[in-house]
Design a protein. Structure first.
Length: 184
């Protein structure tokens, strides 16, 4: 029996691990790398390399969309005082929306049956907001539909830590944009 094709946006290698592990029994998974929020470029490269390790480990294809920091900045700067927003604030919601929307668009254009994102693995992200965005973008980008799964449930975050250690993946200590970097 052929599996349905699912495009999974990967925010980073560690979060992608548990998602791919859980999805593979039921779906033909392809990872999508689209993370224009990452700063600096060295951080973008480290996370991209970790995600490539995950793709290779699980034997899944990975599509890479070149970063477009100007597009990201345009998308998130519509909120007042956007540089000072705390993680999880309005800037973050716009960033999540941008990446989920791009994933839905790529899924529809490339003929995938479903799409999702690894963003719900992190306890620092609003999983309910992510689920709402997945459903909203699915309605705007048929024929691809979402399989809106909260990957944090059933110990997903802890499992991502275990798999990251097994694979020797780089684990970041901040969301990714220059405004979420830890203050030195």
């Amino acid at each position: 029996m052929d599996k349905s094709r699912l495009l999974l946006h990967a925010c980073c290698g560690p979060c992608a691990t548990v998602c791919v592990e859980r999805l593979l029994p039921e779906y033909d998974v392809t990872l999508l790398w689209y993370n224009s929020n990452l700063y600096p470029s060295e951080e973008h490269q480290r996370r991209l390399e970790a995600t490539r390790v995950v793709a290779e480990h699980f034997g899944v294809e990975m599509l890479e969309v070149a970063p477009d920091p100007a597009n990201w900045r345009d998308a998130v700067s519509i909120v007042e005082d956007w540089q000072r927003q705390p993680e999880g604030g309005s800037r973050c919601k716009l960033c999540l929306t941008l990446r989920i929307t791009r994933t839905a668009l790529e899924a529809a254009q490339r003929g995938f049956d479903y799409f999702n994102t690894s963003l719900s693995v992190s306890p620092h992200k609003d999983a309910d907001f992510i689920q709402r965005m997945l459903w909203a973008t699915a309605g705007e980008n048929p024929p691809a539909q979402t399989e809106a799964i909260n990957f944090r449930k059933q110990g997903g975050f802890q499992r991502s830590i275990e798999l990251s250690k097994e694979l020797g993946l780089y684990r970041q200590d901040y969301c990714g944009c220059r405004y979420s970097q830890p203050k030195l």
